[in-house]
Design a binder for this molecule. Structure first.
Ligand SMILES: CC(C)(COP(=O)(O)OP(=O)(O)OC[C@H]1O[C@@H](n2cnc3c(N)ncnc32)[C@H](O)[C@@H]1OP(=O)(O)O)[C@@H](O)C(=O)NCCC(=O)NCCS
Length: 151
């Protein structure tokens, strides 16, 4: 992702129905940190189809760990889902993590019904649910952590 991509990524975030409006400025802050100093705390990759940004992923080394990485945010435009963009984004992310010596990738998500497809996606990609903190985000909205380990 470059600075020129930011308006399109912000439009994508705003149009992602799973994200609450208050989450978007938080995602933007992370993007700005990345644009300010790519690779220091975060890396952001965009998925492009016919010169249009249709997806993005933000990830980074987990501070104070030896080889753990967090995949913080990921989204594919609603009209482009189910066509492999999410798989490509995750694949390139995992490749970059492994190349940097990463051994463990973590993804945090919500238990809400509208994240069911997201959970299915991660399970299909061999992520294992390893933690569930009940009522973390709100009563009835649990925090789930998925992991994938690399050799
Ligand atoms: C999760 C997400 C990134 C997946 O992106 P995508 O481009 O639709 O994924 P793909 O097209 O690569 O699909 C990958 C696999 O998941 C499966 N899949 C995708 N959508 C699915 C759905 N709605 N139900 C069941 N499986 C689904 C596909 O069948 C595919 O399987 P295959 O590789 O065997 O063909 C996308 O749905 C999304 O943006 N969700 C909302 C935002 C979000 O939840 N982000 C993550 C939390 S931060």
């Amino acid at each position: 992702m470059t600075a020129a991509d930011k308006p399109a990524v912000m439009a994508l975030l705003r149009a992602t129905p799973e994200f609450e409006p208050e989450e978007v400025p938080v995602a933007e802050e992370v993007i700005d940190v990345y644009l300010d100093c790519p690779g220091r705390d975060y890396l952001v990759t965009v998925a492009v189809s016919s010169s249009k940004i249709i997806g993005y992923v933000c990830f980074g080394r987990t501070p104070l760990t030896q080889s753990t990485w967090d995949i913080y945010w990921m989204a594919v435009a609603l009209e482009c889902r189910g066509m492999g963009a999410g798989s490509q984004l995750l694949k390139t992310t995992e490749e970059q993590i492994q190349k940097a010596g990463g051994k463990l990738a973590l993804i945090e998500t919500s238990s809400k019904p509208n994240y069911l497809n997201t959970r299915r996606f991660y399970i299909k990609k061999d992520y294992k649910r390893v933690s569930r903190i009940r009522d973390f985000y709100a009563p009835g909205d649990h925090r789930l952590i998925f992991e994938k380990r690399f050799p």
